[in-house]
Write a protein that binds this ligand. Structure first.
Ligand SMILES: O=P(O)(O)OC[C@H]1O[C@H](OP(=O)(O)OP(=O)(O)O)[C@H](O)[C@@H]1O
Ligand SMILES: O=c1cc[nH]c(=O)[nH]1
Ligand SMILES: [Mg+2]
Length: 216
């Protein structure tokens, strides 16, 4: 299932527009903060679908029956571009457990790339609700590989995905490989280049958030 948050009027499309803007991108702090804000809104949207339980809360004047989360989700993110989006989710799910995966594109001289996973840190995932965050869902290869690694740790009962910008081709690939995923996207673009960049997209999210990296 796919939800495109830009289909409805909300501040999300405003922030996605700023993420795409080459002038505003010069301000790395604003770029990271916009990703974080999108993460916060997606956290709120997902929170409307989670299980709740009723607890008695003692106030200074009496007892309130309040609804609170019945369980904490696991927030998983893909290094490095996922970090600001992850922080936004964590701002709202502030008691969540966390997982980190280093799925990154290893670029080859012929212009092709493969997805390398070199590091994975995760809590137990059996029967947990997992929210995977990565700002860019391009070919979908990083996401599918990440979910496959997470499934080796345990069997989550539901996996949500938070992305700032996804492209239709990548979404189709992800849902072919992992049909049970629920994808929350800030916006969806239709094109992807031969090098795997989303068009119009925003460029390289990791570089824009944290600076360029050397090829080695
Ligand atoms: O859908 P895909 O085609 O797999 O591409 C998306 C991936 O590419 C980016 O990471 P990148 O490899 O640039 O690493 P970085 O976060 O270190 O910049 C992005 O953050 C995704 O993880
Ligand atoms: O367009 C894209 C595709 C992958 N990763 C990015 O950062 N941008
Ligand atoms: Mg990158």
């Amino acid at each position: 299932m796919v939800i495109n948050l830009s289909e409805q009027h909300s501040l999300v499309s405003n922030w996605v527009s700023e993420l795409r803007d080459t002038e505003i991108q010069q301000d790395r702090m604003r770029f990271r903060r916009n990703l974080e804000r999108i993460g916060e809104v997606i956290a709120y949207e997902i929170s409307r679908e989670l299980p709740y339980k009723t607890v008695e809360t003692q106030t200074s004047l009496g007892i309130s029956n309040s609804r609170v989360l019945a369980e904490q989700p696991v927030l998983a993110t893909i290094l490095r571009a996922g970090l600001p989006l992850h922080q936004g989710l964590l701002n709202y799910f502030d008691k969540a457990d966390n997982a980190f995966v280093s799925a990154y594109r290893k670029h080859h001289k012929d212009g092709s790339f493969t997805i390398n996973v070199e590091y994975l840190s995760s809590p137990e995932l059996e029967n947990r609700i997992v929210i995977v965050s990565d700002p860019m869902l391009a070919t979908g290869a990083s996401l599918v590989k990440t979910v496959q690694y997470l499934r080796e740790i345990g069997r989550p009962k539901l996996i949500h995905v938070a992305a700032a910008i996804a492209c239709t081709e990548g979404i189709e690939y992800v849902l072919r490989e992992e049909p049970s995923l629920k994808l929350w996207c800030g916006d969806i673009d239709d094109e992807i280049t031969a090098k795997g960049y989303i068009v119009p997209g925003l460029g390289d999210a990791g570089d824009l958030a944290f600076g360029g990296k050397a090829q080695y």
